[in-house]
Design a protein around this ligand. Structure first.
Ligand code: SAM
Length: 287
């Protein structure tokens, strides 16, 4: 039969397309991939709206029980709901490949995803270079390929979209070793944390990519009623409270910004009243 990959869009459960909803109503089983993004609605609210059970497919499910779901799709219509669009995360591209390798027919129902919705900040999607992902640093793990890619984009006159890390259902090293299914609280990287990591890389690598004066745009909850977009230099955005997840960061290439793009950026320019968080220097003095 068919594995349907159904994009839910970025807002809430109501953003599903009519075609997507028709499939959800008739499918044998409906799974919600809850590992690479979050929706503003809970699974329960979704079940009430769609009038049927929605099974959570979390990280463990995708890693361990996915094969069983694909086997089911050989004989039944199975729907997998994906927040945003369906091919914007490697997890879903892998799922697609695994299904095709098993001879499962895959049908995608597209929706709005973050990689195009960021156009709402006014920068033209045609002027973006490589998209990068910024992972949470640990004491011993500080990858920096995203910082190098940002440099490549800038040199080519292109803007950089930074997608920010999500950690859900993570186990501590101790729980992992002891095989205990105890999970750490979810963590979603904020615009502020992403800026801090970029500044710390600049101090370390000194490749002249990202400074406190670098102009950037923070975006939170794009496509939701509480969407927030603020543009300004990195040191100012550090003092903006962007609120709840999810967040993304854009580092535009100012050298090539067009007049139209500039009008929109100015529209989102940071205001004195946005600077609600303490300055970094003041924080250090308090410590
Ligand atoms: C792997 S991508 C998931 C993409 C999703 N399937 C889509 O098509 O939008 C997850 C990252 O995209 C960004 N993101 C997703 N939705 C967002 C939103 N509504 N507002 C801001 N950033 C968002 C965040 O940085 C988040 O960590």
């Amino acid at each position: 039969m068919v594995l349907y990959l159904i994009g839910l869009g970025l807002g809430d459960a109501k953003d599903i397309t009519v075609r997507g909803l028709e499939i959800v109503k008739r499918a044998h089983k409906v799974y919600l991939e809850s590992y690479t993004s979050i929706l503003q609605d809970t699974r329960k609210e979704m079940e009430e709206l769609y009038g049927r059970e929605v099974i959570e497919a979390d990280r463990l499910f995708i890693e361990q029980k996915c094969e069983a779901m694909l086997d089911e799709a050989l004989t039944h219509e199975i729907a997998v709901l994906v927040v945003g669009d369906v091919f914007c995360a490697t997890t879903h591209c892998d799922l697609n490949i695994r299904a095709i390798q098993k001879n499962v027919q895959v049908v995608s129902i597209h929706n709005a995803g973050i990689m195009t919705a960021v156009g709402c900040c006014g920068l033209s999607l045609y002027n973006f270079g490589l998209t990068v992902s910024i992972p949470f640093f640990t004491e011993k793990w500080r990858p920096y390929s995203f910082y190098e890619r940002m440099k490549t984009n800038m040199a080519a006159g292109m803007h950089t979209l930074c997608l920010l890390d999500i950690k859900v259902k993570e186990q501590s090293m101790e729980n992992l070793i002891k095989g205990r299914l105890i999970f750490e609280p979810p963590r979603f990287m904020t615009v502020n944390q992403a800026i801090q990591q970029l500044l710390s890389l600049e101090e370390e690598k000194k490749m002249d990519v990202f400074h406190p004066s670098t102009f950037c745009i923070g975006l939170a909850r794009v496509g939701c009623p509480t969407q927030r977009i603020v543009a300004g230099k990195a040191s100012d955005l550090l003092r903006v409270d962007f609120g709840g997840p999810l967040h993304s960061l854009i580092v535009p290439c100012l050298k090539t910004v067009t007049e139209e793009e500039n009008i929109m950026i100015q529209h989102f320019a940071v205001k004195e009243s946005d600077l609600v968080l303490e300055k970094e220097e003041d924080k250090k003095e308090d410590d």
